[in-house]
Design a protein around this ligand. Structure first.
Ligand SMILES: N[C@@H](CCC(=O)N[C@@H](CS)C(=O)NCC(=O)O)C(=O)O
Length: 323
């Protein structure tokens, strides 16, 4: 995959990543500054000041893209989606100015990390939240970024939507933890396992959790009750990739999401939320995942699975939804 060590891109990063017993370990994000409405953190929410570097196939990046759209912040925060295949880090035909412009036709995301911290050592990941005023990297953890988008930009965003309401926080946190470990990151633990045992553990945890969520959604419209919350959108990004990518490429093949009654209807309702289908790029998802050399050396992208039935009618109106 490659990473930056002492301010230089290196391709062979095997010894810097750290697999335990064949299990895939996702390192913690390093940049954790916070944009705040009042600027007390040093990063004040302002229109036109921040930029998000994203990639179409990445579920963590997708979370932030969803929140930007749902909260009506598209004119407030700019975005670029990786649109050329990676040779080193995530690559873009367009830059954002100054030293973050294409070199030989290609802007590569590690340029931003090294611009912010010249002797940076670590991974180069999407999403990356960049401050165009201070010209530095603010945060590269999607869980933080969606919380910022949910509240800190409310002066310009849709204040009627709160995906992390005070009264539901304990339940949202509880569900997030279960779904992150077993599903969001669980598909990676399954797909990137380097031993049979690690694969089987990841696989069983994943499907046990999906079974539980299918049951839960039998009488709850959304994961935490009758309101859509952050927990649902965090779940959505994995569910919508599942049949197109994880089922085949990550060997998560006990069953498809479309074979789960409640999960498939729930997924369709979220997909059909206004504005969401347009920023859910199934072809981009397939292309991105099947080009991960570590799991698919040939890089061949399958033709199937065909219609995922995301636009079919759903039956979720049978369950109550908060006004
Ligand atoms: N915890 C991070 C994870 C981000 C992440 O791992 N992104 C992947 C793309 S799906 C990436 O950029 N990987 C590149 C690498 O690991 O070098 C978040 O949620 O933002």
């Amino acid at each position: 995959m490659g990473m930056v060590i002492d301010g230089k891109w290196i391709d062979d990063d095997e010894k810097f990543r750290n697999p335990e017993g064949g299990a895939f370990v996702r390192p913690d994000s390093i940049f954790r500054d916070w944009v705040t409405a009042d600027g007390s953190s040093g990063f004040k929410a302002e229109p036109g000041r921040y930029h998000l570097f994203l990639a179409p196939n990445c579920p963590w990046a997708h979370r932030t893209q969803l929140f930007r759209r749902l909260k009506g912040l598209e004119d407030v925060i700019s975005v670029t989606l990786s649109d050329i295949p990676r040779v080193t880090s995530w690559a873009y035909t367009e830059g954002i100015g100054r030293d973050l412009e294409p070199i030989d036709g290609k802007f590569e995301l590690h340029q931003a990390y090294i611009s912010a911290v010249p002797d940076y050592s670590g991974r180069v990941t999407v999403p990356t939240l960049w401050d165009k005023k201070e010209w530095t990297l603010v945060n590269n953890e999607s869980a933080d970024i969606i919380r910022m988008l949910n509240t800190e930009f409310n002066e310009w965003g849709d204040t009627s939507l709160d995906f992390y309401p005070e009264d539901l926080r304990p339940e949202i946190d509880r569900i997030n933890e279960i779904i992150y470990a077993n599903v969001n990151n669980g598909v990676y633990r399954t797909g990137f396992a380097k031993s049979q045992e690690a694969y089987e553990t990841g696989f069983n945890n994943l499907f046990n959790c999906l079974d539980d969520m299918d049951d839960l959604l039998g009488d709850r419209r959304y994961l935490c009750g009758d309101r859509v919350t952050e927990a649902d959108w965090r779940f959505y990004v994995t569910l919508v990739r599942f049949d197109a990518a994880y089922y085949g490429n990550f060997k998560c093949n006990r069953q498809h999401i479309y074979e789960y009654h409640n999960l498939s209807n729930y997924l369709r309702e979220l997909y059909q939320t206004p504005g969401i289908a347009e920023i859910t790029d199934i072809e981009g998802i397939k292309n991105g995942y099947y080009r991960i050399g570590a799991v698919n050396p040939s890089g061949i992208v399958p033709i199937g699975p065909g219609d995922l039935h995301l636009t079919d009618a759903h039956d979720r109106d049978r369950l109550p939804k908060a006004a």
